[in-house]
Design a protein around this ligand. Structure first.
Ligand SMILES: [Zn+2]
Ligand SMILES: [Zn+2]
Length: 291
């Protein structure tokens, strides 16, 4: 997509805590419940084509006021769809990047595109980027190159990085440290060990938990989550994947369900749901102060 077209989607992002749901009577306002942020949802995916507006309406009704939407930079369709969604919802943010699964495709052209998107502040973060040694869609060398090049670019643009890591915690932390990356970001859908979480917190990152935290077999992940300080925690859905308990039977996850992961996290941290909402929302907006 040529650069000027991106500006068509450009807008100042405002966090509107008073978003009201269609049809709600202003004479009889429901008390404001906690405000949530879904820090990672792929709302551009075709799983949402039949009812995307309804999904977003349900998110707002559940108190989810902001959603970070990472686009797949290798797909013009994904990027266009993501930018359209955030243009229509002023508190939603877009990110873009080359996912480790697509690292083979990473090119100079992608760097140019990302730089334009970043300079124009069309995207609020680079991602998702990272390393995934569970799948071998790209070699470790290809993944390291794409990851480190994008980290350097994010730092140059002063934008946070949204990092995906699977069986790669040590390597991810080493890359962030070795590249001298200082712009912070989110370690998304966290599933690894406490040492990596600790290292990434020290490197200025927030740790974001998904519906996996609610799964019966995720006991060791819950132990790790309990150790992450409240001021470093985020929650996400990674929609349309990973629906939390009690929605496991559904084929599709959606941002409204982020509250279920939050319920488990609040219990682990020994805080009320309201306190967790306040902390995670504050954390998100301290990473994106212009939002
Ligand atoms: Zn991911
Ligand atoms: Zn994702």
């Amino acid at each position: 997509m040529p650069f000027p077209l991106f500006f068509a989607f450009s807008r100042h992002v405002r966090f509107n805590a008073m978003n009201t749901i269609d049809g709600k009577s202003p004479q009889n306002p429901k008390p404001e419940g906690p405000a949530w942020v879904d820090s990672h949802a792929h709302l551009d995916m075709e799983d949402f084509d039949p009812d995307r507006d309804e999904v977003i309406r349900r998110a707002l009704a559940a108190g989810v006021k902001a959603v970070l939407c990472p686009a797949d930079l290798t797909s013009d369709k994904s990027l266009r769809a993501t930018l359209k969604i955030v243009a229509g919802h002023p508190s939603f943010l877009a990110a873009a990047g080359i996912h480790p699964h697509q690292a083979k495709l990473f090119s100079e052209d992608d760097t140019r595109k990302l730089r334009d998107l970043g300079i124009g502040r069309i995207i609020a973060a680079l991602g998702e980027i990272g390393l995934d040694f569970h799948y071998d869609f790209a070699t470790p060398e290809e993944q390291q190159r794409a990851f480190r090049d994008q980290l350097r670019l994010a730092d140059e643009l002063r934008l946070p990085a949204i990092i995906h890591s699977r069986l790669a915690g040590g390597e991810v932390a080493a890359a962030v440290r070795e590249e001298g990356f200082r712009s912070g970001g989110i370690l998304h859908c966290y599933t690894e060990d406490w040492e990596t979480a600790r290292a990434m917190i020290d490197l200025g990152f927030y740790i974001s938990f998904s519906g996996i935290l609610t799964f019966p077999k995720a006991g060791s992940l819950r132990e790790i989550a309990a150790k992450v300080p409240l001021n470093r925690l985020l929650v996400e859905t990674d929609s349309p994947y990973l629906a939390p308990v009690p929605f496991r039977a559904r084929k599709r996850n959606e941002p409204a369900f982020v509250v279920e992961t939050a319920r488990v996290l609040a219990a682990l941290k020994g805080v009320s749901l309201e306190e967790l909402a306040e902390a995670t929302t504050r954390n998100f907006f301290s990473l994106f102060p212009g939002a």
